[in-house]
Every structure is written in C-alpha cells, then in structure tokens.
Design a protein around this ligand. Sequence first.
Ligand code: NAD
Length: 497
Amino acid sequence: MRQVQHYIDGGGVTFGGESMEVLNPATGEPVATVPFADSELVDRAVSSANTAFQTWRHVEPAKRAGILRNYHRLLNEHSDELCAIITEEHGKTLADSAGELQRGIENVEYAMGISEHLKGEHSRLAGPDIDSWSELAPLGVCAGITPFNFPAMVPMWMFPLAIACGNTFVLKPSEKVPTAAVRLAELFTQAGLPDGVLNVVQGGQATVERILQHQDVKAVSFVGSTPVARAIYQQASEHDKRVQALGGAKNHAVILPDADLESAANAIMGAAYGSCGQRCMALSVVVSVGEGTADTLRDILGEKVAALEIGPGNDNLDMGPVNGGAQRERIVDLIESGVSQGANLVVDGRQHPAYQQPGYFLGGSLFDEVTPHMSIYQEEIFGPVLCLMRADSAAQALEIVNANPYGNGSCVFTRDGYSARQFASQVEAGMVGINVPLPVPVANHSFGGWKGSRFGDLAAYGPDGVRFYTQRKTITERWQSASDGDNMNFAFPSGSN
Ligand code: NAD
C-alpha cells in the first residue's frame, strides 16, 4: 500500500505520527495511508516557506514565469498519471478528472502572465516635481486548505498564482485525496521551483488549526463546506490574516416556458449528476415556470436519470461512485427524508443495480414537487440527487432562488434575450449561466459565490487572486533641481501645493 508523504523543502517527508487509510471509492479498499502533520511539522513547513520567501520575493517575475512555463509542460506530459491518481482516490470518471486537471492547468497559464498582472500604476506629476506609482508586493507565506472534490484543480486555483506573485505556499489538501497534491509539488520542483517555495502538509482539523495560528502565515485561502469556511474565516481573521473562504452551495436552474426542454435536460443531466453531484457548482435544484414545463421536464429527466450508466471511474461511464461510505449513508438518509416529508421520488437511486456492488456506488435520484421547508431543499446534499420545484412565473422562480441562503452559481434556460438579461441582473449569485448549466468562470476571470457560499472580500484566482495574494505599496517620489531647497510647509500636502 502506498505511503503518502508530506512535501517540505523540496522533498518528501515521512512522519510516524497519526495516520489514516485512503480508500478507493470504487472498491471500498484502502490504497494508501496518509500521515497527519502535528504542530511541529506544520512549523517546519512554514519555516521552510518563510526562508524561501526571503529569496523568492526578489526573483524577477519573468523568471518566475519561465518556471511556470516548464511546469505547464510537465503537467501536460504527466496528465494521464495525475488523472489516474485523482480517479483512484476520488472516484470520478477519468474524463472528469481530465476536465478538472485542464481547468487547473489553465490557472498555471494565467499565472504565466504574471509580469503583466503585477505591472502596477504610475502617475506623473502627482505634485510639483513629484511622481507616484503603485506596486503589488507579495505577502509572505500563504496557506491553502482544500476539499476532497477537486484534488488537483482547487489547489491549482491557489498556489500557482500565489507563487507567481512572489509568495511562498503551504498547502493542506483533503485527507481523503492526498496524493495528487504531492505529485503536483514534485513536478513543480522538477520544473525548477526552488526548495521551500511550495510545501504540502497532510492532515485534518488539528493541522489546519496550527496553520491558522502560525504568526508567519500571512494569508489563508480555504475551499470547503460552509460551516468550516465560516469558522476558518473567523479564526484566521482573529489571527490577523488575510482570508478568503469559499463554502458550499445549492445551485438553482430556472427553466422558462420558451426553453428548448430536450437540450436543457441534457445540460441539466451533466451538471446535476456529473461527478455524482459532488461539485460546488453542481445543479441541485431546477425550478420550472409553469405546470406544463415542469411536467414535460420531469418526464424527460426521469427517463435520462433512470438510464444513467454507473461504474468505476476508470470505465468512463456517466458516473463513478460517491467518495465515501459515510457520505453515501448521509445521501441515502436525505433521500428517505425527502420521501417522508412529502416530495415525489420519481427515480430512486437505491434501485440502481450499482448500489448493490462493492464500493460506494449509488444511482441518480430525482425528486419532484420539492418545497422549501424540506431537508432535501435546505441541505447541500452533495450527491446524485436533483430536486425539481415549480413556480407560476419567472418572478416567483427568481424569488425562490434569491431566498436561498447560498449564492454560488445559478442559471436560466430560455430563448428570450430580455428574460435572460433580467435574470442575470436580478439573481443573487456570484456566477450566472445563460443556457450554460455550470458557469464556472475561466481562469482570467475569478471564481466566487455570494451570501453563504463565500466569506471574505475577494474571489479565487484570476484578477481577484492577484489582488488577494499581493498588497499594494504606493511610492511618492520627488527629484528637484539642486538649487530648489525645501521650504517648511505645515499645511497638509496636496497635488497643487
Ligand atoms: P470540508 O469542509 O469537510 O473540508 C475541507 C477542508 O477543510 C479539508 O482539507 C478538511 O481536512 C478541512 N477541515 C474539515 N473540517 C475541518 C474543521 N472542523 N476545521 C478545520 N479544517 C477542517 O469539505 P469537503 O467535504 O472536503 O468538500 C466538500 C465541500 O466543499 C462542499 O460543501 C462543497 O460545496 C465545497 N466546495 C466549495 C467550492 C467553492 O468554490 N465554493 C469548491 C469545491 C468544494
């Protein structure tokens, strides 16, 4: 069985303390053990990052970009190996792993433009003989804490850009999918990254708590569930750190009566059931406007959900297993609660033959006539379960979406540009799709929800990422001729005196 390591100062570190088994969700069998970093090991990683920062901060952005270019090439060369690791520990299909990795690599591409991103601003003649300019300076050691559902992409939302900005980094990946992060770090070293610039510590809550308390960690990026995101935001702020904490979601699609329902249903299927619904942008609620729309959509979706092909991620069918036994039990409990609270279970995922196989397989479930008081509506299920709701008008559908405490993504399906425009401007969500079911922004925009889906001012990656991983320094400079002396001036200086 594989022994996963920490990665500190450019090399693997085996640590003999507490450890956990990593399971292959397609078999339920252990494939690796992952060690948990204690405070001493976290301190060692932060110390290595802090030492590396003293040099890395002064490396020219163009040289940093050169290392990122090498890294980009290595990531592409090793993509099959990385996808196999993701699928083995997470369970998602190989095609889905390839999609996640590609989205991660796009963040490396964005970071390769770091000279442009850090260019700054200049004002000539801000005052008499005075020029003024702003620079974006790195922060120091930054930390990232990431969830199980994107073992490669979410870490790559963080460390390539943080490092490109001149920071050094300590990553704490999810203990359920620990291997990809180490491989990503090894490849970065191979690309020429100096030792200590990127470190990986494995572990759980105690490891995270030490990171949050450490005085040399200047910024924390978190992605995970909302209760943990809220707690991390509060704790990291109390320890004077800059923090961005992205949380959970309940993403709604609104289907207007003029939409092409067959095409909308196909889009909904991938967004709701891809990766077993274990995506923070997964569609989990569909609100149809009008009874006719709702009935037709339910019938089309019902057939498609019952026909879902499910098997190990390596077989590249529609869905693999969910990530763990406890997660599957929780999803099954929620399905039972939906039935007992009066929703209409159109397709029951427990009836799928895959549910009886070894591993954590579960068929897709479809509920109709879901109402806001039900647990299946209120909780983020994070599984292959889609809730259908009904509204009399587009305005009522929008009210339902906006009353939800989450605000990650939302989308509308329609053929009418005006209705789409109204929806986009009125919906309270950070990422909006118009006939696009998973509106995950590309790398030169930024990713972030509203309301309970994000704590902290700035979204992840892209332009917000550059702002998050830098601090502004504004320099005001005067050069005057040797004969011009300084006069005393007790009035507050302005551009005109
Ligand atoms: P999680 O919150 O359980 O764990 C996330 C990370 O926090 C892991 O590294 C874990 O080890 C650590 N952690 C867990 N409990 C902790 C605690 N009490 N104190 C400190 N650290 C703790 O999330 P998960 O189950 O790994 O991932 C699924 C969740 O992540 C879903 O809610 C999903 O919506 C969310 N997610 C959000 C986004 C986004 O961009 N908004 C992206 C991906 C996933």
